[in-house]
Design a binder for this molecule. Sequence first.
Ligand SMILES: [Zn+2]
Length: 420
Amino acid sequence: MNINPKRLAEHFDILSQYGKIGENGICRPTLSRIEKETFEIVSKWMREAGMSVRIDNFGNLIGRLEGKWANAPVLMMGSHLDSQPYGGRFDGVSGVLAGVEVAKAMTEQGIIPDVPIEVISFCDEESWRFKKGLFGSRGIAGMLEPDELSRKDKDGVSREQALREFGCHPEYLQESIYPPGKIGAYFELHIEQGPVLESLQQPLGIVTGIAGPSWFTITLEGFAGHAGSVPMHLRQDALLGAAEIVIAVNRIVRQEPQSSTVGTVGSLRVFPDSPNIIPEKVEFTVDLRDVDKIRRDLYEKQIKDIVAQTAKTYNLSYTIQQDMKNDPRYCTDWMMQILHDESSNMSLSCPELMSGPFHDAVIMSYLADFAMIFVRCKDGISHNPAEFATSEDLSLGTELLFRAALRTIEKLTDKIVNCV
Ligand SMILES: [Zn+2]
């Protein structure tokens, strides 16, 4: 191995104390005192790896290892150090610590990369504090929306205030944006957050793309009445309609059993929510995701058609409100090929899989070529203190990242040479 598994495991152990709750849980809100302390210890490791360190105006922690070609497009690696309020020790942390370890291993071996390397911990990937995540990656990509700094957390602290308290200068956000072409390639190593690799008994997977979510809220409206006195044939029961639609969502997304499509109704509210009143109004969400945009849009249409039909059957009115819709993003072929080649050199046969959850990589895909490595996690559990990945798997993933980083640097250098 080129990387040092013992050092890597120690770094995970140390970070698991920052924001620790209970036995194995982590609560590290974005832009908090505890995240600042986490940045300080990770900065120390970045400096030990030969990097210069800065926190930009979006609250991203960035370590930079200079390359022979100072102005060449950067090879960037990273993820995030903030966590869910009741989160685990590996989500996000894995990508940052793997990046730091890759840089450290290169420095130890006396490798001076041809292009600069940057390791980044993105600000507020998790979204729960200000109800809008991927802040740091959207920031450097110039993709923030106008009102973002005025969003407040539950204590009334605005994002702007939190950034200032963190030591950032939100009036100079513009200076922290990466212009197009500045980042040549981006790698993110992340725990899978799902059960596929474990079921295949494989430590690592190569991500093909990040699913495009379509989220919408359906509201059905009927008529309330006494559960004891209104005869069945005269009812307009909104919950009956909702029940049929919930079942239909499940049926529609299973049409191609081998496909990566997933659909979930995860939140449902019934009004007036009383045991002896016929439900007048039901509001529920649909979370539909697929890496195949055409199929996702087809299923979305099928679901909406079923809503219309069901409303008619039960004599209900309905509205459908689109809450979010993003396109799937596909990992870059040449970077995936490097991951395949290098993993077979390590005698691994990494399966390809789609990412259902988002990652900062989804935003980075607009700025640079990108690829992702998934690391097996126990029982597919994440966003939970029970989240677990073994040191062995994390070391294998980091070693693959090291090898892929070297090959990517060669490729980026070839591009510069060809331009010159
Ligand atoms: Zn994450």
